[in-house]
Design a protein around this ligand. Sequence first.
Ligand code: ADP
Ligand code: MG
Length: 250
Amino acid sequence: MSTLDIKGLRVAVGGGEILKGVDLRVESGEIHAVMGPNGSGKSTLAHALMGRPGYEVTGGSITIDGVELLGLEPAARAAAGLFLAFQYPIEVPGVPVAAVLREAFAAMGRPASEALAAEMAVEAAALGTSAELMSRHMNVGLSGGEKKRNETLQLVLLRPRFAVLDELDSGLDVDALSVVARRIEQARRDNDPPLGLIAITHYRRLLQELRPDVVHVLARGRIVRSGGPELASELEDTGYAGYREVSSTS
Ligand code: ADP
Ligand code: MG
């Protein structure tokens, strides 16, 4: 079993401090939902976890089983077992998905399967898409929903210890979301150790498919509330009115 432990994480972007001390601890097999108003820093948290340039960590720690990830390159964080499914997957012309996966396996210190192309085809079918689409140059020309399936395909094949899903539901219709969520749920159970998840989302929809153990509300740079799945339902009914930025002029 593994533990992803985020303690007192502070992150500045573009000159402003966005995260002001985030604490979040995820164990293998757990699903933690992170919800919160637009601009509250959810994607900033995801990028800071992965070590994206431009996201300056000004305090705190991020460890997996006691190993500090801060200061490591994104590839080394992947090697430590972390995976990020982007809110807006990037297009990389000229680079096939299989090449990205081979690099990722190499970074993780595991050889890619000889049968990677065949495995990609099987996963593409399981995700309700074609191997041809998924084997194109990274995300180039794919629809929003196809990019999300592509992220899921990579997640399933790479078998990370922990995955951050940033608005995985955006771009997927109800049926596609159900297919993708069920495949991730299967990976959560089948991986060894079982996959731990941070599911960033606005909508209860995803959380009906991917039942969270804990729901957190990120607002004003901190996790201001945590609860069970019922908190997601409450937020869908009441909105984030009580959690928005407090303007200094009002
Ligand atoms: P969320 O995902 O919760 O909607 P984000 O993490 O994307 O929020 O953004 C949080 C805040 O940080 C916003 O005010 C946003 O404008 C700012 N921000 C995010 N990324 C950047 C960036 N690369 N440069 C400047 N400001 C950024
Ligand atoms: Mg976001």
